[in-house]
Design a protein. Structure first.
Length: 82
């Protein structure tokens, strides 16, 4: 039950697919025991809706996984987070 009369405050902004994939790689990097993230160690999967509202499943190929890993690594290097 909502107690706030402003419904806009209750809305949560959902991340984009790319943002969610980056977050997944960041979390997996933190939890992997000393292993560097690489396409042979990670398999990424995305489930989205197409323009007709149908569910679309996609397993990212090695090149796509490598691109996400590279984005996260460059982002963490810039932020100074290891």
């Amino acid at each position: 039950m909502k107690t706030d009369e402003n419904p806009a405050k209750d809305e949560t902004e959902m991340p984009t697919t790319v943002e969610a994939l980056r977050l997944a790689v960041k979390v997996l990097n933190k939890t992997m025991d000393g292993a560097a993230a690489s396409p042979d160690k990670l398999e990424l999967f995305a489930m989205t809706l197409d323009e007709d509202g149908n569910c679309v499943h996609k397993i990212l190929n090695a090149k796509e996984v490598e691109a996400v890993i590279a984005e996260v690594e460059s982002e963490t290097a810039t932020a100074g987070d290891s």
